[in-house]
Design a binder for this molecule. Structure first.
Ligand SMILES: Cc1cc2nc3c(=O)[nH]c(=O)nc-3n(C[C@H](O)[C@H](O)[C@H](O)COP(=O)(O)OP(=O)(O)OC[C@H]3O[C@@H](n4cnc5c(N)ncnc54)[C@H](O)[C@@H]3O)c2cc1C
Length: 277
């Protein structure tokens, strides 16, 4: 915090985007405050993949060793197969991409967020405040006043030159600013099943898609020591009945995954949407 008690930039949200922006601005010498509504980081897997361009972004954040330690580079190809097992598309994901990093890498989002949070917490000019939900933003022209609740009780304010909304898909900041977003109206529900295999099974190729209309399925790494399956919700299939532990095990069983050889880390029906700000 600068001498007059204000910050150059207030970032709303400590997901991967807010933490990465905090790190980048901090490295450039700015005084930054990151406000995150939840007191604890979200502990379960979510995103799992980044490419060589993002690898280079981590390098620019001076986090080369840290990201290398928690990610698995892809050694082979990414294949899309039909129901008979024939390859429809094969994309070479091995080797190094144009940005000088592995073409594709897999990771676990909680480990990535923990690494980014540790990196910003090492910086004297970046403060990360959890349990602080932003509830108002007042643009006074020369400065912006940000109001937030503290642990869901009292409110506090902070003055800043810039506010950046990194507050995720249902962004309060975007709503408050009244900015438009693009929506292609293309969305589907998938049951995401994250697992930790307890055996030594090798996965080849490491990542692939089964394009079987009976049950389109994604079979990918979830980062070091993890595997993810994604099962598309079929037309007419009940979302709540799909999203049960029992159903997750039933769907994993044909893939040879059982409670004897696998720990189920989480299951969730995730609706992806073709939207961007
Ligand atoms: C089951 C599941 C599977 C997924 N799989 C993938 C995948 O395979 N690939 C992929 O790319 N993505 C995937 N995602 C999505 C991925 O997790 C998000 O794209 C990613 O987290 C976005 O990062 P972000 O920093 O923009 O937002 P978020 O991670 O959503 O972080 C935003 C943060 O802002 C905070 N916040 C919100 N409002 C306020 C407020 N008013 N004040 C203070 N803080 C606030 C939130 O608490 C949150 O911590 C998945 C998500 C889920 C749930």
């Amino acid at each position: 915090m600068s001498a007059n008690g204000s910050h150059d930039v207030v970032i709303v949200g400590a997901g991967p985007v807010g933490l990465a922006l905090g790190r980048m601005l901090g490295l450039q010498g700015h005084e930054v405050l990151i406000l995150e509504r939840w007191p604890q980081p979200y502990p379960l897997p979510r995103a799992v993949h980044f490419d060589d361009e993002i690898g280079r972004v981590f390098q620019s954040m001076e986090l080369t060793d840290e990201i290398t330690a928690i990610s698995d580079p892809v050694p082979d190809f990414y294949e899309w197969r039909n129901a008979s097992g024939e390859a429809l598309v094969r994309i070479d994901w091995s080797g190094t991409g144009p940005c000088g990093w592995p073409t594709a890498s897999f990771f676990s989002q909680p480990e990535l967020e923990s690494m980014l949070a540790a990196a910003v917490e090492r910086m004297d000019n970046v403060a990360l405040r959890r349990g602080a939900e932003v509830v108002d933003i007042d643009d006074l022209g020369a400065e912006v006043v940000v109001t937030f609740t503290v642990d869901g009780q009292d409110t506090d304010t902070v003055r800043t030159c810039f506010v950046v909304g990194c507050d995720g898909a249902n962004s309060f900041v975007r709503d408050r600013l009244g900015t438009a977003s693009h929506d292609l109206g293309f969305f589907f529900d998938w049951l995401i099943v994250d697992t930790i295999p307890l055996d030594e099974r090798q996965w080849s190729p490491m990542n692939w898609q089964l394009c079987d209309p009976v049950r389109p399925t994604t079979v990918v790494s979830g980062g070091p020591g993890r595997r993810r399956w994604e099962f598309m919700r079929l037309p007419g299939e009940d979302r709540d009945l799909l999203n049960t532990t029992e159903r997750a095990w039933e769907l994993l069983q044909p893939w040879g995954r059982t409670p004897e050889n696998t720990r189920l880390e989480r299951h969730a029906v995730y609706s992806f949407a073709a939207r961007w700000p």
